[in-house]
Ligand binder design. Sequence first.
Ligand SMILES: Cc1cc2nc3c(=O)[nH]c(=O)nc-3n(C[C@H](O)[C@H](O)[C@H](O)COP(=O)(O)OP(=O)(O)OC[C@H]3O[C@@H](n4cnc5c(N)ncnc54)[C@H](O)[C@@H]3O)c2cc1C
Length: 338
Amino acid sequence: MQIKRGISYLSNQKVRDTVEIYLNGFSTSLPEAVQLKALRKIKGLEKVKMFRAGYAIEYDYFPPTQLKHTLETKLVNNLFFCGQINGTTGYEEAAAQGLMAGINAHQNTHGKEEFILSRSDAYIGVLIDDLITKGTEEPYRMFTSRAEYRLLLRQDNADIRLTKKGYKLGLAKFDRIEQLEKKEIETAALIKFLKTQSIDPKDINPVLEKLGSAVLKQKVKIKAVLSRPHITLEDLLVCKELKTYLADKKCSTEAIEQAEIEIKYGGYLNKEKESVEKSLRLENIKISKDFVFDKLHSISTEGREKLSFIQPETIGQASRISGVSPSDINVLLVYLGR
Ligand SMILES: Cc1cc2nc3c(=O)[nH]c(=O)nc-3n(C[C@H](O)[C@H](O)[C@H](O)COP(=O)(O)OP(=O)(O)OC[C@H]3O[C@@H](n4cnc5c(N)ncnc54)[C@H](O)[C@@H]3O)c2cc1C
């Protein structure tokens, strides 16, 4: 029996007549005898043998609620914290914070504006906002499930979300911007083509029949067929006009992928973008650094305590603090004249 730390799934494999089981969410800081006893309490593992006990690493950290979004400490100016010292665990978490603290330390010493990624810009934004707003009792890992805008935070659009920001900071060269603009122009043109070009039933119906999708009775725009589940752009290459367009324009695979995603999931993506817009309204209402929350007696005692402790920089951040209710936020909004 082996317990492997950080594995996020339960799997088993046969190795020389021994089944190795990896467990997630099992406390590995307990004494060996207790670990074995606890394992045997799990249904199916009553007779399990343990040939190596799990382990845990103990470390001290500073509560990350003492940090600003830039990762500068609130108590000591010009001191930035990143990585395990902030209560996180993991290589990526440490690297992401190191990058952000490094950028902001540079910006700070050069009198430039702070660099903050929002929760809808990047997972880094979620990680830092969670840490400084909610704090952490357990070593924090950046699970995708922690992000509310997961549909927007995709690998395929990382360049669209972040390259311009990187260029502005001097971290990406101009050729990256050129590549991005080329992709954006190609994508927009391809989407326009898919929305305006029709597809002939006699070309596409054999494909639709094979894929178990309803056949067409008359010509429809390519977009309408592409929006159907399980139909990919590749399936539609039987449409001569589409095939010719892609060849003539030498469309890159990135642009094709982007156009396909926008058409297939556009409805869901737009809904999420609207929700980002809504939350940005609160995100843009700043609260001054020295705001005294204690004077707001209409806010619940718990809300006042949490707000005074965290000292949120915006109403958006205040609304994410546990213990601060929507009615507390309304009082705050009224007080700030909104
Ligand atoms: C056994 C083990 C296995 C792990 N496995 C994984 C894994 O599989 N995947 C994963 O994502 N994460 C894993 N982690 C977690 C990951 O290694 C850490 O979360 C990450 O390395 C933390 O990076 P950091 O830069 O914050 O801290 P560290 O990497 O600890 O860096 C801190 C540095 O500061 C130096 N330092 C300390 N005090 C001083 C001082 N006074 N003056 C100057 N320098 C000082 C230290 O020497 C060290 O080099 C593992 C950790 C351990 C211990």
